[in-house]
Design a binder for this molecule. Sequence first.
Ligand code: FAD
Ligand code: NA7
Length: 481
Amino acid sequence: MAAAYDFDLFVIGGGSGGLAAAKQATDLGAKVACADFVKPSPQGTTWGLGGTCVNVGCMPKKLMHISSLYREVQSDAHGLGWETKASHSWETMLANVNNYIKSLNWGAKTDLRTKNVKYYNAFATFVDPHTLTLDNGKGKVETITAKYILIACGGRPSVPEAPGAKECCISSDDIFWQKKPPGKTLVIGASYIALECAGFLAGFGFDVTVMVRSILLRGFDQDIANMIGTYMEKHHCKFAREMVPSKFEKLPNGQVKVFVKDAEYGIYDTVLLAIGRTGCAGWLNLEAAGLEYNKSSGKIVCNDHDQTAVPHIYAVGDVIQDQLELTPVAIQASKLLCRRLFGGATKIMDYTDVATAVFTPIEYGAVGWSEEDAKKKLGKERVKVYHCSAQPLEWNLNHERKEDMGYMKVVVDLAEKEKVLGVHILGPHAGEVIQGLSVALKAGMTKEHMDDCVGIHPTFAESYTTMTEVKEEGMGAPKKG
Ligand code: FAD
Ligand code: NA7
């Protein structure tokens, strides 16, 4: 008897979530296909298989961040006896980063072929709840059916209403592929993509200003957000506070004139928008599947089993409403979903206490609640905050860094034997440090566990094992731990 559907699972989107789902499902014996198609950015940038993380997100961002840190590392090295200072080539970095990304695109495609996942380089839209059309953009249109459909189409950078924004500005979809050095740059937005991009551009020596509408790093611990701002300001990055652009105009020489309240604010070689991201659900003709989505966020509501309002249609990753937009989150949710669909498993995604890092020039790693969150959720009386400042050893010998400080904060619940609710670290390799602490936090660590732990000397992170100072209400960072 012929199968009722062409595929057991059809995945829309070959990014972090989609590829993980396709591979997990096929490993469990399902007949799987995946469509990935990249619509060019308004500036015409496009890329290969692998989604945001690989092409225009985590990977190029982290490589450029690491590259930019070498400026400070060289200055530290000077204090340790090294004489020379090297110069940086945007063009060389870009060519090498782009070639590396292309190798990842190739690897992703080979992976699908090896695992017998049918890959369509085509744009998918719904015809009915079990049927999709696949348009390869070159005249080939196919129709397929699937028992289960997984929407993993991610999101794209939002564009503000201000006239000229679309024509004059670039976004994170462009900067990692832009062959020309960006020059004098205005970054608009103050969340982590904005600050990370501003940070690495300033690190390369470009003249960079960040235009901030309200606060830095909304949703993150605000003491630390402000310390990042102070550090970046000291390290070659300017901030224009409480401002939004009202208009953009392209000048004949290609530069962009930026207006605030319709008065000229400045002229820039590059204006980079990083004002958040919009889900791509609006592209899928979801109405044909009987599925609704949030028209302003472009996202889909799912239950805790990743299931949409149409039971055989699921969604994971950045396209889900009100969830963390992070690669490992999309991957984990996808794998667990496919194990439930095809492997008889029952475990669902746990979105709590997911560790994250902000790769600003001084890195920030966090897991669990911020001080603000903890006090809002439990009340001020129940929350105690330990903190300390510490200086990485190598900064001590660099006279330009005498004032630079790292910082750590541990938020605990007084009603639960000082169970740790949140850990925050600001300093070198914060992402690496917080990853280990996130396991401990997940396992129910208390402050006593931290105190009982013997530190590794001399490291920056050892300060976690010796924290005694309690943060009083309204207190800033202590001078030195
Ligand atoms: P995506 O990876 O975006 O994949 C979706 C794919 O579907 C895309 O290829 C898209 O073109 C395709 N598609 C869309 N519609 C269709 C359609 N109709 N038919 C076919 N294909 C379609 N996360 C971290 O964990 N750490 C970081 O350091 C980090 N840094 C970031 C830096 C930047 C600048 C950005 C933008 C993001 C960063 N992220 C980071 C977030 C991370 O990249 C995303 O959370 C992750 O890629 C989401 O995966 P996804 O599978 O949901 O979607
Ligand atoms: P976020 O986290 O959504 O933050 C958006 C930032 O842009 C934030 O600072 C906003 O300021 C600011 N914003 C939003 N709209 C505007 C307008 N119209 N004008 C000026 N500034 C604005 O975005 P990101 O891009 O950093 O990250 C998105 C996700 O992608 C993130 O979770 C990653 O995991 C991947 P506000 O604080 O609202 O005043």
